[in-house]
Design a protein around this ligand. Structure first.
Ligand SMILES: C[S@@+](CC[C@H](N)C(=O)[O-])C[C@H]1O[C@@H](n2cnc3c(N)ncnc32)[C@H](O)[C@@H]1O
Length: 210
């Protein structure tokens, strides 16, 4: 991928935090952030929820997240979401930013859905492997937009801060079409959309509840 100069880099994951926060109920009891990394989203969720669990399989990420947070309504949990021991009554919202593609797709979606209480919301920002003309068109639009946002942030002294170094990253295997098809099977009614900056969203509300 064409790389911007370091001074213009910015955090594509954090760009989607406002979208994610809009999907989480204004006031809720419990939220889980899956693959929380150094905890940037969790630090925003603690203002909205009574309790937030930040889960990551990397001990280093959990240590860094914990060291950066003074909030008392958060638990930092080290574990693999596929088999971690999490809240037995389920969560009002489960978020996952750039972590779904680290897991097998269908088991990952099934597990995320199972962690919600009835009526709970799953909000995912993910990566996909580009394959179709629509994927490449979105990627082509992302390059100049990426540079423009980086240049704008630089004028405000807020560029030059990509995601944290040392964060576990990997390439996406699943294409957008595969993610949309899997979501259609596992999470009927889910909305899956492409976005700029090499990301997709997935939004689903678990049936039932209030
Ligand atoms: C690319 S990072 C994104 C971190 C963070 N969400 C952000 O937006 O900055 C993906 C994170 O998911 C974590 N992860 C990968 N597979 C996981 C799993 N099965 N269970 C929990 N965390 C996982 C990785 O350790 C890594 O910290």
């Amino acid at each position: 991928m064409f790389q911007l100069p370091r001074a213009l880099l910015w955090d594509h994951n954090a760009h989607f935090h406002p979208w994610l926060l809009r999907q989480v109920p204004q006031r809720c009891s419990r939220v889980l952030d899956v693959g929380c990394g150094t905890g940037a989203l969790v630090r925003r969720l603690v203002e909205r929820a009574d309790f937030v669990d930040g889960l990551d399989v990397s001990a280093e990420m959990i240590d860094q997240a914990s060291a950066r947070t003074s909030a008392t309504n958060v638990r930092w949990l080290r574990g693999d979401v596929l088999d971690a021991d999490l809240h037995p009554e389920g969560y009002d919202a489960v978020t996952a930013v750039s972590s779904l593609h680290h897991m097998p797709l269908r088991p990952g979606l099934t597990r995320l859905a199972s962690l919600l209480r009835p009526g709970g919301v799953l909000a995912v920002i993910g990566l996909y492997r580009e394959e179709s003309a629509a994927d490449f068109a979105m990627a082509a639009a992302s390059f100049p937009a990426n540079a423009a946002v980086g240049a704008y942030l630089a004028t405000r002294g807020r560029a030059g801060k990509p995601h944290d170094e040392g964060m576990p990253v990997q390439d996406a295997n699943a294409t957008f079409a595969e993610i949309r098809d899997a979501a259609g099977e596992v999470l009927p009614g889910a909305q899956v959309r492409r976005h700029l900056f090499w990301r997709h969203s997935l939004l689903w509300r678990k049936p039932g509840g209030r």
